[in-house]
Every structure is written in C-alpha cells, then in structure tokens.
Design a protein around this ligand. Sequence first.
Ligand code: URA
Length: 242
Amino acid sequence: MGQTRLDKRICDSGRWTRSEARALIRAGRVLVDGTVARSPEEKYPDAASITVDGAPLDCRRTRYLMLHKPAGLLSATEDRDQPTVLDLLSPELRRLGLFPVGRLDKDTTGLLLLTNDGDFAHRVTAPKSRVPKRYLAVVDGALDESDAAALEAGITLGDGTQCLSAHLERTERADTGYVTVYEGRYHQVKRMLAALGKPVLRLHRARIGALALDPALAPGQYRELTEAERAALFRQTENGSK
Ligand code: URA
C-alpha cells in the first residue's frame, strides 16, 4: 500500500494549499487515525483516516463530475477572452486540475464530464471505445425516415470524411430528434445533419454511454459521479484500453 506525506494528502483534497496544510498540522488541528499529527513531512499509509477540526478529510485524488453545461461557455480549462466551464466550479475543485472529458461546442448544452483522471478521460473519448453519445437536436426542417436511413448507413461529410453509422430516434416534433453517435469528430452532429440539409438550431447532450444527465441539475450545476456511475461508464470503455 502507498504512503504519502501528510501535507500533500491534505493539499490533494483541494481545500487547502500546501502551506495552509502545514499550518493546520502545526496548529494540532489534524488527526491521523485519532492521534494528533505534528509533522507535515511524515508519511502515512493512504488508508489512514485523517480529520481536520474533527471533520473527515476527503482525500480522493481523482474526481469525476457531471456538469449540466449551459450555452455560452467554452469546454476548456482556460481561455484568455472567454469564460470556460471551469469557471462554474468551486475554488476547491478548481485547484484539482480538472478538465473536460471531450468537448461540447460553446452553444451546445447538456452532459459534460470533468475529471483529473487522464486515463478515464482517454478511455471515454478514444474512438475505439465506441462509447455512444446521445444528443437532442432541434433542426431547421423536418427529420424523416430517409434521414434515419442515411445516418444509419454512415454520412459522408462535406470534406469527404466518412462517419460511422449513427442512429436517429424521431420524436413527436418533426424538427427534433435524438441522434446517437459512436465517435467524437469536430462538430460531428451539426456537420452530419447539415450534410442532410437539416442545419442544427439547438444541440443538447443527454447521455454518454450508461450515464444520463441528472434531471435534478439545472444548467450550470454539477455533482460528483457516484462510484457505480463511474464504474459503469468505465466498463463501457473496455475496447479503448487496448
Ligand atoms: N456534435 C456537435 O456538432 N457539437 C457538439 O457540441 C457535440 C457534438
């Protein structure tokens, strides 16, 4: 089992900087397995239980958030001129090195995952993982059976790119449908529907694999994934690990 310096573990929680963590320890506010710790440098087993002012410390190093992305924000960690989805997070979470798993366009809303687990992000986005992504698209025009058939056959984009088979589920509204894609090309849904002469007016991601956007989250809100949600999505990426 690994061992980690106490000040580092406290800092990894995202709530305090390394120097704040040292000050907490020196002030006797940190207990390790029930005993006051005095030395920031001391290493403890990763399974040791740590409290600060009596409250258990959340030492998970890897975090997984689902965000209901609103329109108007970039799916990036920083930008010189425009707000990004990271601006929605609490200061504690912003210290943890989280980044978006794949991208949604600035005007696209819906499910966006944020993590600091590079392997997880890679597996969810790797083309060979074939994790389905389901979007609700409102188009200028009416979606019909020939669009569904063309998507199923695989659209050739304007630049000659051949897309994998995708699925269209029509709704009661002719201008609205659920499109499921199994890859993540740049502006993919917009470009596929544009190729069918049905330009997208609004796009919202409803689902990534087993994970649906939590309806309790208003635009701009986020929550941690449960362990079961994270594990279910991870299992769906098994092709992407090879
Ligand atoms: N496809 C698009 O065209 N835009 C998105 O934001 C996501 C998928």
